[in-house]
Design a protein. Structure first.
Length: 250
């Protein structure tokens, strides 16, 4: 299952596995904010850092790129759209469509930013247990007035837990369609419907089963929460995240 799903938690003893979830949550937020204004130099520095952490948690870069191939196709589409719509110095002109140098520059930068945010979330998901994520979200939401932090935290945790499950079910549905030669269908609308309807049915059934399981176990919001277990290295990573954010602003 891990080979099909890049966002599932992978047990390990790396530095990121041992970090407090609150610290990792803070690092992801700072990294995402920094990438909003990052240029190519900062993005490539961030890419090197992420590749280092991918090696630390024993995720193969080539295999990870293969698992993200559909997302990469979306980034290529964004790049081409920017290249064709942003005016500037023309590079290629064909049938009234012009690809500009400024469009390629901006499209490449935006696609690289989205890719880095995706890889950051992938590393966070691969090194964080869903239960600890729920506790961290609750800890951050608790000081906010008029916000039911326990309910919001369980909603965030379940949403993130269902994402890899939906991806797994999509792969299973796709394999079932291919085994029945459904990939030979030339009509893209029919192919989309054949994939989407069974996937939605599975997703709703999984949600119903989860609701029944929680009710049968008398789940309630008022429960004893497990304590956090910091590794002692959180301060170093927090300072490094703030330093990277300041470097991006400068």
């Amino acid at each position: 299952m891990a080979a099909m799903n890049p966002f599932i938690f992978r047990p390990g003893n790396s530095i990121l596995h041992c970090l407090d979830t609150r610290c990792k949550f803070f690092m992801v937020c700072m990294m995402s904010l920094a990438l909003l204004k990052a240029g190519f130099i900062t993005c490539f520095i961030c890419l090197g850092i992420l590749i280092f952490f991918l090696k630390q948690i024993r995720l193969r870069v080539g295999e990870t790129l293969k698992q993200l191939r559909y997302f990469i196709l979306l980034l290529v589409f964004i790049l081409l759209t920017r290249a064709l719509t942003i005016p500037g110095d023309p590079i290629v002109s064909l049938h009234g469509m012009t690809i500009s140098a400024q469009g390629i520059y901006q499209g490449s930068l935006i696609a690289l930013r989205f890719f880095l945010v995706m890889v950051t979330g992938l590393i966070f998901s691969a090194t964080t247990r869903p239960a600890s994520l729920k506790n961290a979200a609750q800890w951050y939401l608790k000081p906010i007035p008029l916000v039911p932090e326990k309910r919001m935290a369980i909603m965030i945790s379940l949403a993130l837990r269902f994402l890899p499950l939906i991806l797994q079910q999509a792969q299973e549905t796709r394999n079932a369609i291919h085994s029945r030669c459904g990939n030979l269908q030339k009509n893209p609308v029919k192919r989309f419907i054949r994939l989407t309807l069974p996937l939605l049915k599975k997703a709703f059934l999984s949600a119903d089963h989860l609701t029944l399981a929680m009710e049968s176990r008398c789940y309630c919001e008022d429960r004893t929460e497990p304590e956090f277990d910091p590794s002692g290295k959180e301060a170093i990573f927090i300072i490094a995240s703030l330093g990277f954010w300041v470097f991006t602003l400068i």
